[in-house]
Design a protein around this ligand. Structure first.
Ligand code: HEC
Length: 143
C-alpha cells in the first residue's frame, strides 16, 4: 500500500517535471500538506455541487497520502520526543475520517459526509495548532 502510494506520488511528479525538463523534486511534509489542502478543498467543492464520486476520490487521496520522508520523520521525532505519539494520533484521526468520508460518499449519505468533513478539518487544524510552527522550524533548519 505504502509502496503504491509512493509510486503514484513520484509517478505524478515525475511526469510533471519531465515535461518541464527538471529534476523531480523531493517529497516533503510540505508537499504532502499542499496535496492535503487541495483535496480537503476539493471535498468541500464537490459537496457544494453534490458530486459524491468526486468527494470519494479526494477522500481516497487524503487517506493514501505518502509517508513523511524518513529524514524528516526523524527530525520531527527528535523535536517532539514523547509527544510524537500525539502527533501520530492527529495523523491517524485525519486518516480514519477520510476513510469514513469515502464510505459515506459511496453510500450517498450527504449529512454524514458533511459532518465527517467538518471533523476532519478540525483534525487538520488541531495538529497545526499544536505542532505546525514547531515542526516547521525544525524542518526549515534542515537545509
Ligand atoms: C499530524 C499533524 C498534521 C495534520 C494531521 C495535518 N497537518 Fe498540515 N501541517 C503540519 C505541519 C507540521 C506543517 C508544516 C510543514 C512545513 O512547513 O514543513 C503543516 C503545513 C500545512 C500547510 C501549509 C503548507 C505550506 O505550503 O506551507 C497546509 C496547507 C496544510 N498543512 C494542510 C493540511 C490539511 C488540509 C490537513 C488535513 C486534511 C492537514 N494539514 C493535517 C501538520 C499536520
Amino acid at each position: 500500500m505504502i509502496i503504491r502510494c509512493l509510486f503514484v506520488f513520484f509517478g505524478v511528479y515525475g511526469l510533471a517535471t519531465v515535461a518541464a525538463g527538471q529534476e523531480a523534486p523531493e517529497s516533503s511534509l510540505k508537499t504532502i500538506m499542499q496535496e492535503l489542502r487541495n483535496d480537503a478543498a476539493l471535498i468541500l467543492d464537490a459537496m457544494l455541487v453534490d458530486d459524491m464520486a468526486a468527494v470519494a476520490d479526494a477522500a481516497l487521496r487524503i487517506s493514501d497520502h505518502p509517508r513523511i520522508p524518513p529524514d524528516q520523520a526523524s527530525l520531527i521525532a527528535s523535536e517532539l520526543g514523547p509527544e510524537m505519539a500525539t502527533f501520530k494520533q492527529f495523523d491517524s484521526l485525519v486518516h480514519d475520517l477520510s476513510v469514513a468520508i469515502r464510505e459515506a460518499a459511496g453510500d450517498g449519505d450527504r449529512d454524514r459526509v458533511q459532518m465527517l468533513h467538518r471533523d476532519m478539518v478540525a483534525g487538520c487544524l488541531g495538529c497545526h495548532a499544536a505542532y505546525r510552527e514547531r515542526v516547521m522550524m525544525v524542518l526549515a533548519d534542515e537545509t
